[in-house]
Design a protein around this ligand. Structure first.
Ligand SMILES: C[S@@+](CC[C@H](N)C(=O)[O-])C[C@H]1O[C@@H](n2cnc3c(N)ncnc32)[C@H](O)[C@@H]1O
Length: 245
């Protein structure tokens, strides 16, 4: 990695509008305990480029080595406390699941759940998924990407913070293997429309349900976020795309 490439990445990190709020990472005592006890087992050490959610472009992580095996790879973007990730990873012990999450207290809760279920096919990166996908996940290496209930940023003035832009779609598509699948769900209709427009226009993604929404994916458990949307009377929109080209 050249000095100027790192400088470019540094400038970008400083200027970037991110899809998350930089909240305090203060943890409750039980979360702190889980973090301290299980962090080494599940959370990957990543070199930073300034902020605690950045990833240094020269970071080299060998995913086969960290999972201890070469297996199909699923990446979940923003799993929160792992409410859907944990049961879904438990249901598929033959796959490796890489969780990209920025919020440390949520990761601590995920660690408690992982330890309780004794799962060994999950690893976590505490970082912005944009940098993590770009610098840690090799192109063409991912079998499935999951993005369930990405922060909706529903006020018009906040739309610029939405994660699923055309730039992010191009990055995610590049990480999928040929025929790899990207599954998305949201409870905000205008975000669903935006995601469909952006992904339909990506030359490397093919909509599995071109003229309608995807059916609800049975494997996906209902999380608190989904339930909150349902309780508020919102419709749930599922989308599914395949890497083409
Ligand atoms: C609304 S929550 C949904 C959590 C979970 N997927 C669910 O359905 O219960 C969105 C999550 O995405 C995380 N997040 C937002 N932007 C992110 C980013 N750029 N990289 C990684 N995680 C992100 C937030 O910290 C939060 O945990």
């Amino acid at each position: 990695m050249t000095g100027s490439a790192v400088e470019r990445a540094e400038r970008r990190t400083r200027r970037e509008v991110v899809s998350f709020v930089r909240r305090s990472n203060r943890m409750r005592p039980n979360q702190r305990r889980a973090w301290e006890t299980y962090r080494d087992r599940y959370v990957l050490d990543v070199a930073r480029l300034g902020t605690s959610t950045s990833v240094h472009p020269a970071t080299a992580i060998d995913l086969i080595e960290v999972f201890g095996r070469d297996a199909a790879l699923i990446v979940e973007i923003g799993p929160g406390a792992g409410e859907s990730l944990i049961p879904m990873a438990a249901a598929r012990p033959e796959v490796n699941v890489l969780a990209l999450e920025v919020y440390q207290p949520a990761i601590a809760r995920m660690l408690s759940g992982l330890a309780r279920t004794g799962l060994d096919n999950v690893r976590i990166v505490e970082a912005d998924a944009v940098a993590a996908l770009e610098y840690l996940v090799p192109a063409g290496s991912v079998d499935e990407i999951w993005s369930f209930f990405p922060d909706p940023w529903h006020k018009a003035r906040h739309h610029k913070r939405r994660l699923l832009t055309s730039e992010f779609a191009a990055l995610a598509a590049s990480r999928l293997r040929p025929a790899g699948i990207w599954r998305i769900a949201t409870d905000w209709g205008d975000y669903a429309d935006q995601i469909r427009e952006v992904l339909d226009n990506d030359p490397f993604l093919g909509n599995l349900y071109p003229n309608c929404w995807a059916p609800r994916w049975d494997a996906r458990p209902i999380t608190h976020f989904e339930q909150r949307g349902l309780d508020a009377g919102r419709q749930i929109f599922d989308l599914a795309y395949r890497r083409v080209g």
